[in-house]
Design a protein. Structure first.
Length: 367
């Protein structure tokens, strides 16, 4: 089955589905599609976009986002099912699908190099790539370690819930959240479980690791800090909404957004609130830190540039599309430019210092 969310429903459908998953233990079900939004990756002056219509594009950022290639091609009759967030792995682009598993595409041409089937289940999270190995999970409730160049599966680890986020890697350990409410700590070389922690709700974001701790959010409206070695809880912080995306750890501060419309900054050591900034709608995506500024995307259609020390707004960019201009995906930085993927299919390039729009591409409308 091809998983698609209608344009007019945007994020309402995934939010309702997530609510059902929380109430039902978040174990996932084959009849219900997980949420999807566009995803971006950047390398060597090329921006890679996995769009809501299921295509993958390579866009030339030096020519206003002009298309270099797309998969499937514009004239293809092949169904377009690429709905995972892409990841660059050397000369390959790794991207998941709604039902056909994980694909490795040649970054120069878009040609398929290898695939890994996942029993007709979706792979939506961005693969984590490190030292020639890619780690990815999906709707089949498994985390896999794969040799990047060959596509050979090195090991698999089963969970009891869908995996909607990438794992984090630190000190030879993988930290993985799943919709079964659990954070898993695994040996990265073997996939052996070292410990697990049970939260009060589903975990749909990528953890952050640093300073001997691992940080993650949950649909129980909490951000947790655990000892990275033992898994013992150090502290938790309660919000007024789900913590859907992963946190960002920078200079001893944890930054994250929640569905209560707020962006939070907490002291990593204690969990005490440093500041919070209120947007006009839910904040799903992980914030981005780039050259002294924190960037946070909101469903209100704005990208906010904030002072990371105080939470003071520097500027905001508005997509100017009330019906389908929501921002649900993590922004991407390259040099002095910030790129955002919009739910209406467009990609905007913004001046990092001022928020001024440099170009706006609409690859789905080009042939």
């Amino acid at each position: 089955m091809k998983h698609r969310i209608p344009w007019g429903l945007g994020v309402l459908v995934p939010l309702l589905l997530a609510f059902l998953f929380v109430g039902a233990g978040c174990s996932g079900g084959s009849a219900t599609p997980p949420p999807i939004w566009p995803g971006l990756a950047y390398a060597d002056n090329v921006l890679y976009l996995a769009g809501l219509d299921g295509h993958v594009w390579a866009l030339d950022i030096g020519r206003g986002g002009q298309e270099l290639w797309r998969v499937p091609p514009a004239d293809s009759k092949e169904p377009a099912g690429f709905h995972g967030e892409p990841a660059v792995a050397g000369d390959l682009l790794l991207v998941g699908t709604s039902a056909q598993g994980l694909y490795a595409l040649d970054r120069a041409t878009g040609q398929t190099r290898w695939t890994i089937a996942t029993a007709n289940k979706a792979v939506l999270a961005r693969p984590l790539v490190s030292d020639g190995v890619a780690y990815f999970g999906g709707e089949d409730k498994k985390l896999r370690a794969v040799e990047v160049q060959s596509g050979r599966v090195l090991w698999e680890f089963p969970t009891e819930g869908w995996i909607w986020a990438s794992p984090a890697l630190a000190g030879g350990r993988l930290y993985l959240g799943a919709m079964d409410h659990r954070l898993y700590c695994l040996d990265a070389a073997s996939g052996q479980k070292l410990w697990q922690f049970e939260a009060g709700g589903a975990i749909a974001g990528t953890p952050a690791v640093g300073g001997g701790m691992v940080f993650f959010g949950s649909f129980d409206s909490s951000l947790y800090a655990l000892d990275a070695v033992s898994g013992e809880q150090r502290w938790s912080f309660k919000t007024e909404g789900w913590v859907w995306g992963g946190p960002l750890l920078h200079d001893g501060v944890v930054y994250f957004g929640a569905t209560d419309h707020n962006v939070y900054a907490l002291e990593a050591e204690t969990g005490s609130l440093r500041w919070k900034f209120t947007t006009g709608d839910l904040v799903r995506a992980t914030p981005l830190y780039h050259e002294g500024t924190l960037y946070a995307a909101s469903r209100d259609g704005r990208l906010y540039a904030l002072d990371p020390q105080t939470g003071q707004q520097k500027w905001s960019f508005f997509t100017d599309d009330p019906k389908a201009g929501q921002l649900l995906s993590e922004p991407v930085a390259a040099g002095d430019t910030i790129y955002v993927a919009i739910m209406n299919g467009r990609v905007a390039a913004l001046d990092a210092a001022s928020g001024a729009q440099r170009w706006l591409a609409n690859p789905a409308q080009t042939k």
